[in-house]
Ligand binder design. Sequence first.
Ligand SMILES: C[S@@+](CC[C@H](N)C(=O)[O-])C[C@H]1O[C@@H](n2cnc3c(N)ncnc32)[C@H](O)[C@@H]1O
Length: 261
Amino acid sequence: MDDVQARHPNPVVVDAGSGNAYLGFIVYELFLKDAQAGELLSIEGRPELTERAKGRAERLHFDRMRFQTAHIDEAQYPERIHVLMALHACDTATDDALVAAIKHGADHVAVVPCCQAEVAAQLKEKKAKGPGSMSLLFQHPMHRREFGSHLTNVIRALTLESFGYQVTVTELTGWEHSLKNELILGRRVHRDNRRARLQLQALLAETGVQPRLTRLLGIMPAGTEGSGVQEGSAPEGSAAESESEGEAAPGAVPGTDEREA
Ligand SMILES: C[S@@+](CC[C@H](N)C(=O)[O-])C[C@H]1O[C@@H](n2cnc3c(N)ncnc32)[C@H](O)[C@@H]1O
C-alpha cells in the first residue's frame, strides 16, 4: 500500500471474494481514510453480505468503499487496478481474482488461497496412467489433496511470474490461527517473463494438469498445439530465457508478449 500510495494519487484497491469485507475495512481504515483519496471495491457473490457491509460502510462514513454483488469472473472492474487482494476466496475463485489482476494490470497482488479441489480431481484422472514414480506422490486421497493444493499454488505463483510479477510466497500468520495460511504476494516489475512462462508450460506438461487459471489465460502445456514450446525444451539457461526490464505496462493483455513494448 505504501508503494502504491507513493506512486498513485488515487489508488484503486479491489478485494475479491470479500465476504463481510473485514479486510477491506481494515485497509480503508489504515491507508485510505486519512489519505482522503483512493477507493476500495469489494466484490462478493452473496448479496446479503454485500448489503451488510455496505450498511456498515455508510455508518462509518467510509465513502470511498464500493460494493458489488457479482461473481469474481463476471464483475465490473475499474479499468485500472493498483492492488488486488483475495483472502480465502473459495477454490478456483482465487484463480478468477488472479485473472482480474493480470488483465487490469494490478501493480500488486496479495492472495491467500482457500481449499482447492480442482487440480486434485485432475490428478485422480491421471493416477493410474502417470509415467515413472511421479504418480506415487498422489496415489492416496489425502496426498492427492495436499499435492493438488501445493501444485495449484506453485502454478499460481509461476503464472504471476510469467506475467512479469516478482513473487514472494510466505505465511500469512501463525499456523495455530489458520491452515489456509499461504500468502502469495506479487509485485509487477516486468512486462513479462519468458523463462517463467516456459517453466510453467513445462510443469503443466509434466504433471498433466490444466487448472482454471492457465485455461482462462490460454497458457498451454509445452508440447501441445498452440503452446509454442517443444516438449522437453529446457527453460533454464535457454536462449529464450529473458525478462524485459523497466516499468510494467498498465493493463497489459494476457497472452501477449510485450517485451519490446
Ligand atoms: C471464506 S470467505 C472469505 C471472506 C473474506 N475474504 C474474509 O477473509 O473474511 C469466501 C467468500 O468468497 C465468496 N466467493 C466465493 N467464490 C466467489 C466467486 N466466484 N465470486 C464472488 N464471491 C465468491 C463467498 O461467498 C465468501 O463470502
